[in-house]
Design a protein around this ligand. Sequence first.
Ligand SMILES: Nc1ncnc2c1ncn2[C@@H]1O[C@H](COP(=O)(O)OP(=O)(O)O)[C@@H](O)[C@H]1O
Ligand SMILES: [Mg+2]
Length: 412
Amino acid sequence: MGVEVSVEGLTKSFGSQNIWRDVTLTLPEGEVSALLGPSGTGKSVFLKTLIGLLHPEQGSVIIDGTDITQCSAKELYEIRKLFGVLFQDGALFGSMSLFDNIAFPLREHTKKKENEVRDIVMEKIDLVGLTGAEDKLPGEISGGMRKRAGLARALVLDPQIILCDEPDSGLDPVRTAYISQLLIDINAQIDATILIVTHNINIARTIPDNIGMLFRKELVMFGPREQLLTSEQPVVKQFLSGDRFGPIGMSEEKDEAVQKQEEAMQAAGISGGGTKEDFTEIIPQVQPNPGMPERKAIARHRERVHAMLPDLPENAQEAIRRSQEQEDQIREESRAHAEDMAGGGGGRHGGDNEWTSAPAGNVAVADAKTDVIDYGGSDAPTEQWQTPGGGDALTKPSHRAADGNEGRTIQG
Ligand SMILES: Nc1ncnc2c1ncn2[C@@H]1O[C@H](COP(=O)(O)OP(=O)(O)O)[C@@H](O)[C@H]1O
Ligand SMILES: [Mg+2]
């Protein structure tokens, strides 16, 4: 079960350069959250602060009752066992094979025998679609593959909190869909609290339960995804549409004169290059693959959102109501479909709203196990990281079968 991460009044600077200030948000237990923001706004710095690799000047990060900004090194070491982290560059050890990289946390922090280590590592390698590449060195594979290897390593200890720094960067849209689906499936399996830092608007629209955005050294907003997607704030709208006209500039914020100029250009019909898509049209959230358990966080998220609903802007409230109706409908249809597939069953049953049946299907992703393909890619790994931790058993349906229904149990 994931744990809540509660951030209060957090401020971080490097020397005289303030990165962000007074950031307050809670990553609800077991929910998937995304953090957006222009490059250089300190998203990676934020992740590193959450795990105590960087030290804020002010504020607190409470995890499992411990303020990691104040605790002892020993306590921090224990808290870090809860985390699995995928760094922006994969952060693999350059001189170790992928197998040894992924095995590293297990060898370092558990007393598992080598054959158990092997089973777990091969399981995770399969999960991220890297079978066959286990003997390769990080320098011999693409950035996208390094990313998936980094994810496998982040998962070997069945973490309760998973932080992913731009899991999509260097990946094409299809592989991005696979890795996003994988994160949702993992969330369904282990109910881990997940934070995804991303620029990818498609991920933001379809994956997280909550979205936050950093801009101008502050957290612009953090709330249910519908709230950000329907926001009227110019910075949010600009970021989502990817338009050059708006408060976000090439390097930093724009001054008033430039903004006036842009308004004139827009009025003259000149394009800012952004998409004209309507982000207030909420598209359904990606569901776990068939055969996966339900996401336990969905019911908790609903309850939370329900309680905060009256305080949200009108359009966010409306969007949330619409998307919940839509989710119920999808769920109902997939439940009926699952029953039909099971055969001989009672057919469709009525409008109960409980989250008790098979998850709604996003059946499109059936085969996450691709061959060794060049994903194109990002920079060489630099950072070294270990994710210690304990592990419960979990069930992992095979990603190989087109029906996705084969389950098998592995030991964490
Ligand atoms: N260890 C560090 N020392 C000094 N400055 C840093 C350090 N890490 C990051 N920064 C600075 O913090 C700012 C935010 O960086 P980063 O978190 O990587 O942005 P993002 O991930 O949002 O693109 C940048 O200006 C970067 O140069
Ligand atoms: Mg970054």
